[in-house]
Ligand binder design. Structure first.
Ligand SMILES: Cc1cc2nc3c(=O)[nH]c(=O)nc-3n(C[C@H](O)[C@H](O)[C@H](O)COP(=O)(O)OP(=O)(O)OC[C@H]3O[C@@H](n4cnc5c(N)ncnc54)[C@H](O)[C@@H]3O)c2cc1C
Length: 284
């Protein structure tokens, strides 16, 4: 347990790094906490998965642990004045070609949240949201999961807001590219070295470098001669493609109130299910 006067370096100021900093400073106001990121938190453009127009905020997971954590996060989005302005509860629809919907509903039931979610027939789904998804691809669909409590969050805006709040509470923010962890011969970490050769030391170093984490660990393993530091197959960076459409007034009148919509595809590869989705449109 922290004495409250310990020091923390957090590599990466995406949502994981910033949330960690915020919760640490809230719990330990006297601790020294420094976020280190290659980009300024209010930069015009950033290389961070968390820095985006929008992200789906949902708890429809077939894994109950994930479902419970996501419900907790969704409740914070709905009630905490820090997050609330950025959450849009548009509802969420998910075409299910396997038993995904049933498993989600079972999880909600076990967590005492059954009222939040239901499955409807294709015919019923076509009538929802003024018939907006009337001509979607329902080939092979068994049922449609409907969750009025899901939606989307304005990702970049909420990230900037929580970073500002953490800084107001005393978190420091250093713009620098981290080259490697500082490791002793036994693997004890005492901080980081930046690409410019500056060492930052702390009693605790937390890596929240997103997709760059395996690379940072690889450099640190090579630099320290400690091969076990490398992520190996423990962490694999992934990617998602996105598209954006700008709506004119006429299209906005039709699509402006649409829910987040998922197409679930059963790939017949064990239990693997791929998905594509549309996020409701922002008003710019
Ligand atoms: C296109 C896309 C769509 C997604 N959609 C959703 C969604 O709808 N809903 C949802 O819940 N999740 C979604 N995700 C996943 C979610 O965005 C990520 O899980 C989350 O943002 C990861 O946050 P993070 O803090 O771990 O990483 P990041 O946000 O990537 O932050 C990592 C930070 O570390 C910094 N960094 C890395 N290496 C270094 C270094 N060497 N030195 C200094 N700084 C460094 C980077 O600059 C960056 O700011 C999506 C992801 C992507 C890519």
């Amino acid at each position: 347990m922290s004495s409250g006067t310990e020091s923390y370096i957090i590599v990466g100021a995406g949502i994981f790094g910033v949330s960690t900093a915020y919760h640490l400073i809230t719990k330990y106001p006297n601790a020294s906490i420094t976020l280190v990121d290659r980009d300024a938190f209010d930069a015009e453009s950033r290389v961070a998965a968390s820095w985006d127009w929008n992200k789906v905020v949902r708890a429809d997971y077939d894994d109950i642990v994930y479902c419970e954590l996501a419900l907790e996060a969704q409740d914070v989005f709905k009630s905490d004045p820090l997050w609330k302005p950025y959450f849009h509860e548009t509802g969420l629809l998910w075409t299910c070609r396997d038993d995904y919907g049933k498993e989600v509903i079972e999880n909600y039931k076990r967590l005492g949240r059954k009222a939040d979610v239901k499955a409807v027939s294709i015919e019923e789904a076509k009538k929802l949201y003024g018939g907006l998804l009337d001509n979607a691809d329902y080939t092979g669909v068994k049922e449609v999961l409907v969750n009025p409590t899901g939606g989307w969050g304005a990702a970049g805006d909420s990230l900037r807001a929580i970073t500002r709040k953490a800084m107001e509470l005393g978190v420091k923010y250093e713009v620098a590219e981290v080259a490697t962890l500082l490791l002793s011969k036994t693997g004890k970490c005492s901080g980081i070295r930046t690409k410019m050769g500056k060492d930052l030391k702390a009693t605790h170093t937390i890596i929240a470098a997103g997709a760059f984490t395996p690379t940072l660990l690889e450099y640190s393993a090579v630099g320290s001669g400690l091969p076990n530091i490398a992520a190996g197959f423990r962490l694999v960076a992934g990617g998602i493609t996105t598209g954006m459409a700008k709506l004119d007034d006429q299209s906005h009148a039709i699509y402006g109130s649409m829910p987040v919509a998922f197409q679930g595809y059963n790939l017949e590869l064990g239990k693997s299910t791929s998905k594509s989705y549309l996020i409701s449109f922002l008003e710019i």
